[in-house]
Write a protein that binds this ligand. Structure first.
Ligand code: FAD
Length: 549
């Protein structure tokens, strides 16, 4: 008994000693960091400081599934501050850190923190850099440029915007549109995301079928690498870094500036939704429009699955675009299954365009499609309103408290050959009652993506984006854990059926899973890491590489 107590006392003493050593080590790190970095901006070590909403924000993300307290949160004022941070973190050797442990400091770059699984976070061994206010400039450049995008569609190529990596897409839109009538060609559905954050993934929305993802619409980047070097890169200059960073999950450098292709923006958009009961009709029509893309036709194509019921969140009422035309359920064929499909397109036009002409163009383009007649919805709205359409939903969700609840989202890229099987097993069975949020599905074309970027895609020219955008409704809907379990069930189902798919905005925990995600591009990814961030200090929240001492 005494021996047991002695062991207990010595264990708890050594635990306390370890904790004290760790705290001492952390305090030493903090002092050294402050001294070595000589930041022009600020560093905050205190999450209990009530003025520090920055610190609190850096401990979580939009997903709300993870909490992690970093060592410090940095608000840099310019690119030089980023260089100072990276170089200080690298140069803090075990002896200079005055800690018994080795130097394991990491740097997590936070755009707008709209990741789901802690990708922009780090633990008490790391610093979070807040990018929102660094380099806020947005500058339009017009010139005969030779750097044209390899995957461009019609229009664009001579006018660009230079924008800081921490700027929100929403601000890019408003600046370009109202100062010059121009706009980028490829968007995300929601624009409260930073340029650096989406370029680190891909940036996909309804325009990607024509112009490629946002990563296909950038001609130049300025990057601070994991070695603390500022590098300008493009297709022809430091190209390995340029393509590595695009879709690179923040692994190779911090995007401080991006040059994005612009084109003349339309004034207006006709937004159209068409309902289908048969999955094959829906996908055939979506693929037809996607592959038939011409200048002057739709420049946005998406789709979604909804529940064939009066469920107020997941059902028929999620389809109409205005109260003027409600959903007429009598139109649904008796043969319809538990879910229905909605194809969503948009036709851009200018203020002076004749409405009759627009009507005729639309009729011609959708006349032969196989949607259920009279289950078609249309709305004319300004281009800016259309692009900011999710902002209105954000405001409503914030007002009723749903926006800040956890979001166990699942995003997949699935090969065309398996999309029908996915519908049969996942939409029609596992998700037949909906998910408490949108279930997006639309086709994309691989030829619009540059294989030199770090993004990995399924096989084949046509693949589908499937986005399960769950909103947690406490008391009413399933628990967050149930939602996570259902996501796992879906992934297991895909694996079991041998579906060819990749996670978009991937999150894995083990080396094997990352290897399998990247497949034959794993060695290229590893080589890029060794070259541009050899100490593996960047983006620890992705959990791909461990910090080298
Ligand atoms: P963060 O979450 O802050 O960061 C994401 C990753 O990028 C982290 O690893 C971070 O370290 C890294 N990173 C951030 N900034 C930089 C930088 N400057 N340089 C290098 N690395 C950096 N995605 C789409 O493609 N299409 C959509 O339509 C879409 N809609 C969305 C709607 C909502 C409401 C939400 C929450 C997300 C949506 N997303 C969409 C996903 C979104 O693109 C990604 O989560 C993106 O990473 C979020 O950008 P962020 O600025 O918040 O990045």
């Amino acid at each position: 008994m005494i021996a047991y107590l002695e062991q207990f006392v010595s264990e708890s003493e050594s635990n306390t000693k370890l904790q004290e050593e760790e705290e001492d080590g952390n305090n030493n790190k903090k002092i050294l960091l402050c001294r070595e970095m000589e930041l022009q901006g600020s560093i905050d070590f205190d999450c209990n400081n009530s003025a520090s909403s920055n610190f609190a924000a850096a401990c979580k993300d939009f997903g709300g599934l993870n909490q992690s307290r970093p060592l410090g949160v940095i608000k840099p004022v310019g690119t030089d501050d980023l260089v100072r941070v990276i170089r200080s973190v690298i140069s803090m050797t075990p002896s200079s850190s005055a800690s018994s442990s080795s130097n394991n400091l990491t740097v997590a770059v936070r755009g707008n923190g709209h990741s789901i699984n802690g990708q922009a976070m780090t633990d008490s061994n790391g610093l979070v850099i807040l990018m929102r206010e660094i380099n806020p400039q947005i500058q339009i450049l017009t010139r005969n440029h030779h750097n044209s995008c390899s995957n461009g569609g019609c229009g664009g190529g001579d006018v660009f915007v230079d924008v800081g990596g921490g700027v929100l897409w929403e601000d890019v839109l408003l600046h370009c549109y109202y100062s010059s009538g121009l706009a980028p060609r490829s968007w995300t559905d929601y624009l409260g995301l930073t340029v650096g954050g989406t370029l680190s993934n891909a940036g996909i929305s309804g325009q990607a079928f024509r112009y490629g993802p946002q990563t296909s619409n950038v001609t130049e980047l300025e990057v601070v690498t994991g070695k603390g070097e500022i590098v300008t890169c493009s297709e022809n200059q430091n190209s390995e870094l340029f393509f590595g960073v695009l879709g690179g999950l923040g692994q190779f450098g911090i995007i401080t500036r991006a040059r994005i292709v612009l084109q003349p923006a339309p004034h207006m958009v006709r937004w159209i939704r068409m309902v289908y009961s048969e999955f094959d009709d829906f996908t055939n029509d979506a693929e037809l429009l996607t592959t038939r893309a011409e200048c002057g036709s739709f420049d946005y194509i998406e789709g979604f699955v909804f529940v064939n019921s009066d469920d107020p969140v997941n059902g028929w009422s999620s389809v109409p675009l205005s109260p003027n035309k409600p959903f007429d359920k009598s139109r649904i064929p008796k043969t319809a299954g538990p879910v229905l499909y909605c194809l969503e397109v948009a036709l851009p036009y200018r203020n002076g365009d004749n409405v009759d002409t627009i009507d005729k163009v639309v009729s011609k383009m959708i006349g032969r499609l196989r949607f259920i007649r009279n289950l078609q919805f249309e709305l004319d709205l300004s281009y800016v309103e259309f692009l900011l359409r999710v902002k209105q939903q954000e405001e409503e969700a914030k007002a009723n408290g749903i926006w800040d609840n956890p979001h166990p989202w699942l995003n997949l890229l699935i090969s065309k050959k398996d999309i029908s099987g996915f519908d049969q097993t996942v939409f029609k069975k596992i998700l037949k009652d909906g998910i408490g949020g949108p279930m997006l599905i639309y086709p994309l074309l691989k030829s619009k993506w540059d294989a030199r970027t770090s993004v990995v895609l399924p096989e084949g020219e046509i693949f589908y984006l499937v986005a399960l955008l769950r909103f947690h409704l406490p008391m009413v809907g399933p628990s967050v854990q149930d939602m996570i379990t259902q996501n796992q069930e879906i992934l297991q189902c895909c694996t079991k059926q041998g579906f060819d798919y990749k996670l978009y905005l991937p999150h894995y925990r083990s080396d094997d899973q990352w290897r399998s995600h990247f497949g034959n591009q794993w060695s290229r990814f590893v080589e890029r890491k060794a070259r541009f961030d050899p100490m593996a200090i960047l983006a620890p929240g992705q959990k791909i590489f461990s910090r080298n001492s």
